[in-house]
Design a protein around this ligand. Structure first.
Ligand code: PMP
Length: 408
């Protein structure tokens, strides 16, 4: 047990982690795919649905006003989490994917023209590639890539040359969902800003693992998903610099985002409403707010320290297994470990581990260019969270040994 968190007590807040699974204790090592939701967040959502629910920003009823307070209160919790200057700069979306599509479609369509360049890193999730490719195809723009080395670190010496007068935006992940690499986003942002280029940071795997300060990072857009931060699915966030959000045209049109509509013309509300058409995911926003409270109660610094110690422990134990190769050995890593086992397909590893009650992810992790770089079809990935401990890692090691025994 690390000295930072009392995992045994924390686990009491996660029924799934204490209930039997395939007749065994569940070892959940797949938090990069989705984090488990603690009971206080589940109970908050249950209470809202059971006793408080109606629509928000609708009318004068006490019920609607209270629902609006809870919903807007959750936005304020996200603002505080990111240290955003104003909660108006926190736009609710369905998740990271939708946040990036919103930027690509609303900001991108207005600002990217034929011949322009969009600079992405070599370790992006498809969510930070495909929306930009769609935009590039529509506009006749070009995607360029910041390369990485074989440890899974971006080659920053190449960055200056890649930032040209044609570069319209840089998109970079704070933490790679495959390699665990923590990218020096602050440095990348400073270099891009020196040439007047805005930067979007994909924080899907960043915000669950470290304190985030968008003002300190000085990023122009920061996006993440609620479900990777121990919140529910269906809710996510786009933080944006005020001037950029205000200048962006709406992407979706409909109710809740207009000041007036006539057959001739619609006048839109300001941010955030302008970018949030229709009835939002109220329960999910409130649930995410409760999840943030829960994590704050544990302390983001302690979570980061715990996960770092566990990462070190897991790396040492996995490295000692003969025939196992870790994919991604950056100097600065979050608690995500991808590996391959000589001669055994990751899907077979994942299936056998599953029978042992160990949940990992096997596949390309929606980052096929990373697989192409390392010339592997897939990897097995164990991702560690604040509710994991050394016993989970030990179970993984025993499970891998079993896989090796089966494949002889
Ligand atoms: N970016 C990164 C780095 C991710 O890990 C993920 C989820 N695996 C996403 C984007 C997409 O998140 P979502 O599916 O929640 O939109």
């Amino acid at each position: 047990m690390t000295k930072y968190l009392d995992v045994a007590t924390i686990r009491q807040d996660f029924p799934l982690l204490t209930a039997p699974f395939h007749g065994k204790r569940l070892v959940y090592l797949d938090s990069a795919v989705s984090g488990q939701v603690p009971l206080p967040a589940i109970e908050r959502m249950h209470h809202y649905e059971a006793y408080e629910h109606t629509n928000v920003h609708r009318g004068v009823s006490t019920l609607s006003q209270e629902a609006t307070d809870s919903y807007e209160g959750a936005r304020e919790k996200v603002r505080a989490l990111l240290n955003a200057p104003s909660s108006k700069q926190v736009i609710w979306t369905r998740g990271t994917t939708e946040s990036i599509n919103l930027v690509a479609q609303a900001w991108g369509r207005q600002n990217v023209k034929e011949g322009d360049e969009i600079l992405l890193s070599a370790m992006e999730h498809h969510a930070n590639i495909v929306p930009w490719q769609l935009l590039a195809q529509e506009k006749g723009a070009k995607i360029k890539v910041i390369p990485m080395n074989d440890r899974g670190e971006l080659i920053l010496e190449d960055l200056d040359g890649l930032l040209t007068e044609r570069t319209k935006i840089v998109g970079v992940t704070q933490v790679s969902n495959v390699l665990g690499t923590i990218n020096p986003v602050k440095e990348i942002i400073a270099k891009a800003h020196a040439k007047g280029i805005p930067v979007l940071v994909d924080g899907a795997q960043g915000v669950p693992h470290m304190p985030v300060d968008v003002q300190d990072l000085d990023c122009d857009f920061y996006v993440f998903s609620g479900h990777k931060l121990s919140g529910p699915t269906g809710i996510g966030v786009l933080y944006g610099r005020k001037e950029l959000l205000e200048a962006m045209p709406p992407w979706h049109g409909g109710g809740s985002m207009i000041l007036s509509v006539t057959w001739e013309k619609t006048v839109f509300m300001g941010i955030p409403a302008k970018l949030e058409a229709g009835t939002p995911a109220i329960t999910q926003a409130i649930g995410l707010g409760a999840a943030i409270d829960y994590l704050k109660g544990l302390s983001f610094d302690r979570i980061a320290a715990h996960e770092h110690a566990l990462l070190q422990y897991a790396t040492d134990r996995l490295k000692a297994i003969e025939g196992l190769r870790i994919i991604g050995e950056a100097a600065n890593k979050a608690s995500v470990i991808s590996f391959v086992l000589e001669g055994i397909h990751p899907h077979d590893i994942g299936s056998i581990l599953d029978h042992e009650g160990i949940v990992v992810r096997a596949g390309h992790h929606c980052a096929q260019p990373v697989m192409q770089h390392f010339q592997v079809p897939a990897t097995t990935r164990a991702s560690l969270a604040y509710y994991n401990d050394e016993a989970d890692v030990d179970a993984l090691v025993v499970g891998i040994q079993k896989v090796k025994d089966i494949f002889g």
